[in-house]
Every structure is written in structure tokens, then in C-alpha cells.
Design a protein around this ligand. Structure first.
Ligand SMILES: CC(C)(COP(=O)(O)OP(=O)(O)OC[C@H]1O[C@@H](n2cnc3c(N)ncnc32)[C@H](O)[C@@H]1OP(=O)(O)O)[C@@H](O)C(=O)NCCC(=O)NCCS
Length: 315
């Protein structure tokens, strides 16, 4: 058995398409909650073209037959404002079942990264694939983000009384900006340690009010805003395969500290699930940092963790 490794170029396009198609199908089999809109033939073809244009990667052949691959996007500022590369869930098929080839491909990939001064690699794997998770853990990776999914099946009873939860109105803007400031402060506090540079809160709230596919909600106690939730219709803030046009992505969610732990977060999710049901969306998705203590205690109670993104720092 002769295995050779080649650096990917556009000439490998035809060899790559069946591997990526199989990988997508494998992920859908492993996590049936994932929406399947990403995995159309046209979309796979355009994603492969894009990553070959803007990324770097390697492919392994066993006696001329393509068997394994890894591709990453170059990202000037990944985490903590440092350069890195990111491999989406569909852009590799390295597994423990092919350990030596997997490690050889990773090594070739690291050499290429180091040449360019890119010092961190993030990669997304299937959460249920414990053996592959171990492969990355053994190889120096640690947890970063999770994507979770739930299928929308039926209407659910939701009663917010004595509070209310509705689409935000312009008069809520000042309170929402403050809530978003609290959210960003929390996200960079020791409980979450996200280490992100967030955009200015006022501009973000203005932008979300304007975006057609964004619904911004206010949770209120009387006239006072005590919580917020942003949702994206037909999208998400998460991984490529996390959403399609029939998905609603739940994003920026914050409840005022003194109102946390009373089940209001759970009611907000059920409310969005009912909106999804009434508007023919099939799936809800959310992504969170696995090291965000409150988020990691909350979302897995309502969503099936599907995709896990891990990161390795080099040097
Ligand atoms: C995440 C958040 C929106 C949840 O809202 P909430 O109204 O408190 O949620 P609920 O009361 O419905 O549920 C909280 C659950 O987490 C549990 N929980 C709360 N704090 C916890 C802690 N420190 N450790 C472990 N579990 C905890 C509660 O016991 C509860 O579980 P239960 O439903 O089995 O009783 C809220 O905690 C929050 O605003 N966090 C800060 C911002 C944030 O992390 N947002 C998400 C970003 S991805």
C-alpha cells in the first residue's frame, strides 16, 4: 500500500468533490438533526471552488485513489486577534480509523501554516464522533465552540406572565444597547473568557433593526427590558452546515442577572420554536462557547450538541 500526500491545487477539484460529498453525507448520518440544505451538489461544488481559491490543504492518495484530505481557510485574525486557519466540518475527513495518514496530513498542514506565520488551527468535528474528538485532543486541541440543533415538531405552551416577550420596538433601543453591553462584558469575563473584540453596541442594535432576516426580541418586566434575543431567519452564527433556508439561528441572548435561573431563557426558546413552526421553518440552531459556563449549562438542555469546534495553538 503506497500512500502519497499532495498539496491541493485547483487541479484536484474533481478528486475532491466525491470526498467532500461523502463527508457531508457522513455528517448528516451521524447527526440527523443537521439541516441538509448545505449538501446540495451545486453548493458543494461552489464551496470547494471557494476554498481552493482562498485556502490551503493537502490530499492523500492510496495507489492513485484519493482517500483523505484537509483544507483550511487562511484567517488573518482568528482568536485573540492572531492569525490562524479554519477547517470547516465538511473540509476534512481525517479520522482515527486512518490515524497515520490523518497525522501526516495534519503535519503537512502545520508546516504550511508555520511557513506563513499562522499559529492557530481551528477545526470542526461531529460531536457524536468521540473517537475523532480523541484524535484531536491527543493532538493538542482543546474545546472552543459548540453548535446545537433541535427539530421543530409541534406548538408548545408558553406563558410569560407576568413578563412579556415580543419583537423589540424602537423605544427599546437604549435599554437594548445597555443589555448588549452587559452581554459583551459577560462574554469577556472569567465565566466565559471569549476574548473577542465586539463591534460598537449602538451600531449593532441599529444594524439588527434594519436587517430583513433578523428578528430582535425584548423580554420585559412591565416597561423595563430585562432580556434580549436576536434570531436570524434562514441562517445562524455557527458552522457552515448548521443552517439552511429552513433554519432559524438563535444568537445574542442575554437575561438580566437578577432574572436568570427562573426558566425565562427556556420560554424564549419555546417561543421561537413556535414562531418557526407557524412559519414552516424545520430546525432551530444555536452556537455557544463550550467554556461559557452559563451557556454550556443552558443550551444542551434544549438543543442536541451536533458540531464541536476545537482549536490548537502552535508556538
Ligand atoms: C444563558 C441564559 C440566557 C439562560 O437564561 P435563564 O433564564 O437563566 O435560563 P433558564 O432559567 O431557563 O435555565 C438555566 C439553566 O441553567 C442552570 N444553571 C444556571 N446557572 C448555572 C450554573 N452556574 N451552573 C450550572 N447550571 C446553571 C439552571 O439550573 C437551569 O437549569 P434547569 O432548567 O435544569 O433548572 C442566561 O444564563 C444568561 O443571560 N447568561 C449570560 C449570557 C450568555 O451566556 N448568553 C448565551 C451566549 S451563547
Amino acid at each position: 500500500m503506497t500512500i502519497t500526500i499532495q498539496e491541493l491545487t485547483k487541479t484536484h477539484y474533481e478528486d475532491l468533490i466525491p470526498l467532500v460529498t461523502n463527508r457531508c453525507q457522513h455528517l448528516l448520518n451521524l447527526s440527523p438533526q443537521l439541516p441538509c440544505g448545505f449538501c446540495t451538489r451545486e453548493n458543494i461544488a461552489s464551496q470547494v471552488e471557494k476554498i481552493l481559491e482562498h485556502g490551503q490543504g493537502f490530499i492523500a492518495y492510496e495507489n492513485q485513489k484519493p482517500i483523505a484530505y484537509i483544507i483550511s481557510y487562511w484567517i488573518k485574525s482568528l482568536f485573540y486577534d492572531r492569525p490562524g486557519t479554519y477547517t470547516p466540518e465538511w473540509a476534512h475527513n481525517l479520522t482515527i480509523h486512518n490515524k497515520k495518514t490523518s497525522f501526516d496530513l495534519l503535519e503537512a498542514h502545520y508546516n504550511k501554516m508555520i511557513e506563513g506565520g499562522y499559529i492557530q488551527h481551528a477545526i470542526t468535528i461531529a460531536e457524536v464522533d468521540a473517537e475523532t474528538t480523541k484524535l484531536y485532543f491527543d493532538h493538542g486541541y482543546s474545546g472552543r465552540c459548540m453548535d446545537g440543533h433541535r427539530v421543530v415538531k409541534e406548538m408548545i405552551d408558553v406563558d410569560f406572565a407576568p413578563y412579556s416577550f415580543d419583537l423589540a420596538i424602537k423605544e427599546d433601543k437604549g435599554a437594548l444597547v445597555e443589555m448588549l453591553e452587559d452581554h459583551h462584558t459577560y462574554m469577556n469575563s472569567p465565566k466565559a473568557l471569549l476574548g473577542f473584540e465586539f463591534e460598537d453596541e449602538t451600531s449593532l442594535i441599529d444594524k439588527w433593526f434594519m436587517e430583513e432576516n433578523v428578528n430582535l426580541y425584548s423580554l420585559k418586566d412591565g416597561p423595563n427590558v430585562i432580556g434580549m434575543m436576536k434570531v436570524t431567519l434562514g441562517g445562524s452564527g455557527g458552522c457552515d452546515m448548521a443552517s439552511d433556508s429552513l433554519t432559524i439561528g438563535i444568537q445574542t441572548t442575554q437575561i438580566h442577572k437578577s432574572y436568570q435561573g427562573f426558566g425565562l431563557g427556556a420560554k424564549m426558546i419555546n417561543f421561537i420554536s413556535n414562531y418557526a413552526y407557524e412559519n414552516q421553518y424545520k430546525t432551530l440552531t444555536v452556537d455557544w462557547e463550550s467554556h461559557n459556563r452559563l451557556a454550556n449549562a443552558f443550551w444542551p438542555k434544549h438543543f442536541k450538541p451536533t458540531l464541536r469546534s476545537v482549536v490548537r495553538y502552535i508556538g
